[in-house]
Design a protein around this ligand. Structure first.
Ligand SMILES: Cc1cc2nc3c(=O)[nH]c(=O)nc-3n(C[C@H](O)[C@H](O)[C@H](O)COP(=O)(O)OP(=O)(O)OC[C@H]3O[C@@H](n4cnc5c(N)ncnc54)[C@H](O)[C@@H]3O)c2cc1C
Length: 462
């Protein structure tokens, strides 16, 4: 068995006594290669990521986060920060350095009268929904229940409620943060307002968020579900979807996708969620349900908590994934034809092409008001290769890359931070858009040494 040691950034190995001294002051588990639980703790959602950290510090409280940050700084360690482990490029783990793992800190407490929710940074979306749903409340978040709330929020966060209630980051009232200097601080509209601005869309660049205070909204039962058509209907369905969403009220969010059924039948689908009055929703959704000849229609009133799990099955743990995404200039007929042609070339029945609509409350916030720049984006395209046999990786990665290259003329050259994989520095920069220069200033103030570098990185001014 290979034992992976903890190394400094300069490659020197940290001795046992130094690690033992850290362990004595750290309340959570500090796992090293060879320890029980190490292999499970180094795994992330994307099975294509196989990294071996020197130490995984599973924090149980804020003091542990401070200890881990101070240890990492004193020992000049490479630092990865783990929330839910869903980042597709595996930014939550590193080789040789330390993972500051928040996943044990997953408490959620709801104040129903104030309609606020305090969430620790290791919580998954399902933890938040489980706590809020009994109160008839919801925090706008993403669409797959095991995604980490922390990474999702810091990158903006879109989901079924965003067109009505804004991005996840728009619903944060306050962050508790441990800075690169190991200081515990608050960022809200009054305290450290610059940091508050940067944490809403600037990713994990400025510190480790230990908890979030969110505004929640009265959402209980929604009208939601999936409609499927055979894949040869893809072009007319996507044209109809574009037309339908152009006039849709902001209570309605619907994503379209080229995917396959569990039996491997290629289909085109629309998943919808209407979060307003249910009888009005029935009326709004009627044209979609009446369009063409679908093979499956399961749109019905369902608890919001159940809506939040509808997209789980195709996103199960343990698959290999390689994703790219881009905002489109416009979902033109030519763009649709290209999406269908390349979507049909997918070599795995698990791979899919996703079309996500923006609009509504997302665009009512000015792009300068938070670090999330692409407020006016209309459609985001996700090219998501997924497979199970590691020997097939080259084929599926090539599909995503070729597709993404072909889509370039239709791209607005803006990108959604949360879906960036390994596209490189220019794409990360474009994801921050017009806010990049301000983020560089903020990074220079809060993390001049780029201690938090394993993220969609904003490099500090040298
Ligand atoms: C199946 C799937 C479905 C998804 N669906 C959606 C969706 O519907 N909407 C959407 O907006 N996004 C979605 N995403 C993207 C997702 O939001 C991002 O990948 C996000 O980074 C995941 O958060 P996490 O905590 O699980 O990340 P992790 O992989 O744990 O961490 C990713 C990065 O986030 C930062 N980070 C995590 N926790 C903290 C913290 N406490 N403090 C500071 N920085 C931290 C770090 O920089 C870290 O490198 C989806 C991803 C997957 C794989």
């Amino acid at each position: 068995m290979i034992i992976h040691t903890l190394k400094r950034r300069d490659g020197t190995v940290i001795d046992k006594a130094t690690i033992e001294a850290f362990r004595r002051e750290f309340r959570g588990q500090a796992l090293q290669s060879g320890d029980d639980g190490y292999d499970k703790a180094r795994r992330v959602w994307n099975a294509a990521i196989d990294r071996s950290p020197g130490l995984i510090a599973r924090c149980v409280n804020v003091a542990d986060v401070v200890s881990a940050v101070n240890f990492a700084r004193a020992q000049n360690l490479l630092v990865a920060v783990r929330g839910g482990g869903h980042n597709v490029a595996g930014r939550a783990v590193c080789d040789d350095g330390i993972v500051i793992d928040m996943s044990v800190m997953m408490e959620v407490s709801v104040d129903p009268a104030a309609r606020t929710v305090r969430v620790q940074a290791g919580a998954l979306l399902c933890d938040v929904d489980r706590a809020t749903h009994p109160h008839g409340l919801a925090v706008p978040a993403g669409v797959v229940s095991k995604t980490g709330i922390a990474g999702l929020t810091l990158g903006g966060g879109i989901g079924w409620l965003s067109r009505k209630y804004g991005l996840t980051c728009d619903n944060v009232l306050s962050f508790e943060v441990v800075t690169a200097e190991g200081e515990i601080t608050t960022a809200d509209a009054k305290t450290n307002a610059d940091l508050f601005w940067g944490l809403r869309g600037g990713g994990g660049n400025f510190g480790i968020v230990t908890s979030f205070l969110y505004r929640a909204h009265p959402v209980s039962t929604v009208l939601g579900g999936l409609i499927l058509y055979l894949r040869d209907q893809a072009a007319p369905v996507l044209r109809f979807y574009r037309h339908f969403m152009t006039t849709a009220p902001e209570e309605l969010t619907a994503y379209a996708g080229l995917l396959s059924t569990p039996e491997g039948l290629p289909v085109v689908g629309v998943m919808a969620c209407y979060c307003g009055d249910l009888s009005e929703g029935e009326r709004i959704l009627k044209p979609l349900r009446a369009f063409g000849s679908h093979i499956f229609d399961a749109i019905e009133p369902i608890p919001y908590q159940a809506m939040q799990t509808l997209a789980d099955p195709p996103n199960m743990d343990g698959t290999h994934n390689y994703w790219r995404s881009t905002f489109l200039k416009d979902l033109s007929d030519d763009a649709i034809d290209l999406l269908v042609a390349h979507g049909n070339l997918a070599q795995s029945p698990l791979s899919r092409t996703i079309i996500q609509v923006f609009g509504g409350a997302i665009g009512r916030v000015s792009s300068a008001d938070t670090a999330f720049a692409h407020r006016q984006a209309t459609y985001n395209i996700g090219i998501e290769a997924q497979w199970t046999d590691p020997d097939e990786s080259k084929t599926h990665i090539a599909w995503t890359r070729d597709f993404s290259e072909a889509l370039r003329p239709y791209s607005s050259h803006g990108y959604f931070l949360n879906f960036i994989g390994d596209e490189g520095r220019d794409t990360v920069r474009e994801a921050f858009g017009a806010n990049h220069a301000r983020l560089v200033e903020l990074k220079t103030k809060y993390d001049p040494a780029n201690f938090f570098s394993l993220n969609q990185n904003v490099e500090p001014r040298r």
